[in-house]
Design a protein around this ligand. Structure first.
Ligand code: OSB
Ligand code: MG
Length: 377
């Protein structure tokens, strides 16, 4: 479903970048490491018609992907922002083309594009959700649960999220913390919608271990192998009854097309940052919808900025599985927006206001800022 009507051009005056440090309510552990503070870049685009906000979802270290905060800051400051300032007047739909000569750095590009989309749509009094093609006003909310001390602690943590109302549980796994953890959660809570995420921690040599997950009737296993292991994922998918879902591997529409052609995945996790922006995310959604492949919206521990955008994206018709769009308080005691996303009956509301439909809590933003620059011509 192509976008109904592209957002109009804006004239860019400046771009402000900030590195934020936001403490997490609890440590978040995956197969690639533990985070206790979310380091993230927030973007403010100032245009002649008002401002817009975006978020660059890199993490401190290049562990989930090759991108990381200092690298994103550097490429944005040296190359991406100057190219946008130089183009001066352009539509949000032109951002990807303007930045196309610079290879990779998709999270940095996505955060900049989002700020311009927000600015343009606010100026037109249109919501991002409507612009992207949302068909729902609320979406079911899943939660991503990090690796805990032991399976018993995992069961306690999951119990808390189920009590809060989350409708789908995803647990992180890694070698040695896979079968017993999954068995513990299945054993404790019965038939709940449950999936696992390996964050690339296995190789094809682990296929027999991963097949031990088959009896647990998981919704899917997310990214068992490396980012560039498309063919190995296809081989693994034939050996498992658990559906294979790709996250890290899907870096673009083209990567999604290749993965589907090779039958490397039967489900796709769409993250706007990883694929270079919300507009590319919609194109991947459209591809999968046409192919009959279910998609769901992944997360990168977003602040209220990215979380609002994710809620809008997840309201598109092809998002038929609950995403990792949880309430702000799953990660943060104090978000940087005035209206953080909350859980209501296991769902989150899709923002309806202009642009992202959120307000920035400037005091909270200032409090979390550890570095700031404003770039203009
Ligand atoms: O693999 O989905 C992932 C967080 C950081 C990096 C990668 C991943 C995640 C999550 C958390 O699982 C998703 C969320 O924001 O709730
Ligand atoms: Mg993942």
């Amino acid at each position: 479903m192509p976008l109904a009507r592209p957002a109009a051009a804006v004239t860019l005056e400046s771009i402000e970048l900030r590195v934020l440090h936001l403490p997490l309510v609890a440590p978040f552990t995956t197969s690639f490491g533990t985070e206790t503070v979310r380091e993230v870049i927030v973007v403010r685009a100032r245009t002649t018609d008002g401002e817009g906000w975006g978020e660059i979802v890199t993490q401190h270290a290049p562990l989930y992907s090759s991108e990381y905060t200092q690298g994103a800051w550097d490429v944005a400051e040296q190359f991406l922002v100057p190219a946008l300032l130089d183009a001066r007047t352009f539509a949000p739909g032109d951002v990807a083309g303007i930045l196309e000569p610079f290879v990779g750095h998709r999270m940095a590009k996505a955060g900049l594009e989002l700020a311009l989309l927000d600015a343009a749509l606010r100026a037109e009094s249109r919501s991002l959700a409507e612009h992207l093609g949302a068909v729902r006003d609320r979406i079911p909310s899943g939660v991503s649960v990090g690796i805990q001390q032991d399976p018993a602690a995992l069961v306690d943590t999951v119990a808390g999220y189920l009590d809060e109302g989350y409708v789908r549980i995803k647990i992180k796994i890694k070698p040695g913390r896979d079968i017993a953890d999954t068995a513990a959660v299945r054993g404790a809570f019965g038939d709940i919608p449950l999936q696992v995420d390996a964050n690339s921690a296995y190789t094809l040599a682990d296929a027999d271990t991963l097949a031990e997950l088959d009896p647990f009737d998981l919704l899917l296993i997310e990214q068992p192998l490396q980012e560039d292991d498309i063919v190995d994922h296809a081989t693994l998918a034939k050996r498992l009854s658990t559906p294979v879902c790709l996250d890290e591997s899907i870096v673009s529409l083209k990567a999604a097309r290749d993965a589907l052609a090779l039958v490397a995945a039967s489900v796709i996790n769409i993250k706007a940052g990883r694929v270079g922006g919300y507009l590319e995310a919609v194109r991947i959604h459209d591809l999968c919808r046409d192919a009959g492949v279910p998609v769901w919206c992944g997360g990168m521990l977003e602040t209220g900025i990215g979380r609002a955008a994710n809620a809008a994206l997840a309201a598109l018709p092809g998002f038929t599985l609950p995403g990792d769009v949880s309430a702000s308080n799953r990660f943060y005691a104090h978000d940087i927006v005035t209206d953080p996303i909350v859980l209501e009956d296991g769902h989150v509301r899709v923002p309806t206001g202009p642009g992202l439909g959120i307000g920035i809590d400037e005091a909270a933003l200032a409090e979390a800022t550890v570095r700031r620059v404003e770039l203009r011509l």
